[in-house]
Design a protein around this ligand. Structure first.
Ligand code: EPZ
Length: 430
């Protein structure tokens, strides 16, 4: 297993191109199952989760092509991926594939909408909580599907005339639930109303792509989505939106290690709540018009309390990274996690750097320390692992991070992006 060695202490200076968002690319790729025409996605990040989803979609019969580099294109432009589900050969998504990545469970919606049936293994994914799928199944039932769970599989069947429009009231905001409801409703007979829909930018990106494919969706970007089902969707070309979590991660890293970093190709509106907290901690955050510049002022990091919320609130996917920043604050901060019940696995690893963090239910109490010291640490889940990278960049001396396959799931070109800002980072291949 690869490891990453980081020698900390150097300020980060330079610019980092922001990749396409993993959490937008995955549902967009799955949406290719909704049409027999070709869906072309641009700016797809090169990540192991994307590779895994390609395998899963292949298994259903989706033909996938990746365009070669075009003149002027750099590796930072992401891939141009064509997905063609001209014929779906299998509506079964097996355990060995779905258990590796939770988002792959979402294939249930387009398979059901287009083929009238799907058998999908219950999902796996990052171990950050129980992560049930009850709300996703409730949404499908509201559209007329019958659902049965048997031997670890969800067996979903549409009524004989196909899915029909209905009302879906989510009791809590769910990103995957909203993706599922949208992909099922666009091909259903009649209208669907989704209340308390997730407003995450990745949901908006999916909805906008579906509209380009011929779907009729009103209320995009709001909590109430109205969908008029259509008989058929077609192909289109769509550019995956920039990764707000990647951008926020490097923004926090720049603030913690000191320095001046510009995140290219992302609008601050995608992560305003996180940038506001960063500014409160004392960093300068500047909208450059083409990106976000984060400059540390050299003053102490101020303690700032954070509570994770659905968009537009502070994202749970940046909680671990913000906690890393707060370990060096000049005082005590409180970090409350409201989305997932077990998303504090980074706490014990951050402690290896000398961080002082106490847990009290869904709240972490972080007592800032004047300096951290490099240590051997272990990546536990995707976002937790990158919080260790941030801490390592700011710590004195050497840190060795093991189990970095977690990082490869969600951070494209992590080492090269940090190295171009002067960080001492090295991957040690197994
Ligand atoms: C998406 O997960 C993201 N994954 C997560 O990012 C992200 O943390 C999460 O949304 C919240 O923003 C992808 O987009 C691939 P949810 P998802 O359904 O859709 C509960 C990362 O690191 N819930 O919005 O699985 C659930 O347990 C990942 O990139 C139910 O109770 O999250 C959680 O408490 C990690 N029943 C809350 O809702 C359900 O049926 C929100 O989950 C579904 C969800």
């Amino acid at each position: 297993m690869d490891r990453i060695r980081i020698i900390g202490g150097a300020p980060l200076k330079g610019s980092i191109p922001v990749s396409g968002a993993k959490n937008a690319a995955l549902p967009l790729m799955i949406a290719s199952l909704l049409t027999s025409d070709t869906l072309v996605l641009e700016n797809v990040p090169r990540l192991s989760d994307v590779r895994m989803l390609k395998r899963i979609l292949n298994n259903h019969g989706v033909g996938i092509g990746v365009a070669g580099k075009r003149p002027g294109e750099t590796v930072e432009d992401g891939e141009r991926v064509s997905l063609s589900a001209a014929s779906i050969v299998d509506t079964l998504a097996p355990y060995d594939l779905v258990s590796q990545m939770r988002a792959s469970f979402w294939v249930i919606a387009p398979l059901l909408a287009r083929m009238g049936e799907a058998k999908v293994s219950l999902p796996g994914g990052c171990a950050i909580g129980t992560r049930p799928v009850d709300l996703l199944l409730m949404a499908l039932e509201r559209l007329g599907a019958s659902i049965e769970i048997d031997a670890g599989y969800v067996i979903a069947k549409a009524p004989s005339g196909g899915l029909r429009g209905g009302e879906i009231d989510f009791p809590k905001v769910t990103v995957g639930g909203t993706h599922t409801a949208l992909m099922a409703a666009v091909l259903a007979n009649g209208s669907t109303l989704i209340r308390n829909a997730a407003r995450e930018p990745e949901v908006t990106d999916l909805a906008e792509c579906l509209v380009k494919m011929g779907a009729r969706i009103k209320g995009i970007g709001t909590a109430t989505l109205e969908i008029d089902g259509v008989g058929k969707l077609g192909g289109t070309t769509h550019r995956v939106l920039p990764d707000r979590i990647e951008a926020g991660t490097y923004a926090f890293a720049a603030a913690m290690a000191g320095g001046d970093v510009t995140l290219e190709g992302i609008s601050p509106t995608l992560l305003q709540a996180a940038l506001d907290k960063l500014a409160q901690s004392g960093a300068e955050v500047i909208d450059t018009g083409t990106g976000i510049r984060v400059r540390s002022t050299g003053r102490d990091i101020a303690p700032v309390d954070v509570t994770t919320e659905a968009f537009p609130g502070f994202p749970t996917d940046l909680q671990a990274q913000f906690m890393a920043l707060m370990t060096r604050a000049n005082g005590t901060s409180h970090i409350t996690e409201t989305i997932f019940e077990n998303r504090f696995m980074h706490v014990q690893e951050l402690a290896r750097f000398g961080a002082r963090i106490r847990l009290d239910g869904d709240r972490a109490i972080v007592e800032g320390v004047p300096s951290l010291k490099g240590a051997p640490v272990m990546a536990t889940d995707l976002r937790a692992s990158v919080s260790l990278v941030i801490a390592a960049l700011a710590a004195e001396g050497e840190t060795m991070i093991s189990r970095v396959y977690h990082l490869d799931r969600g951070f494209e070109g992590l080492e090269s992006k940090l190295m171009r800002c002067g960080a001492q980072v090295e991957r040690i291949r197994a």
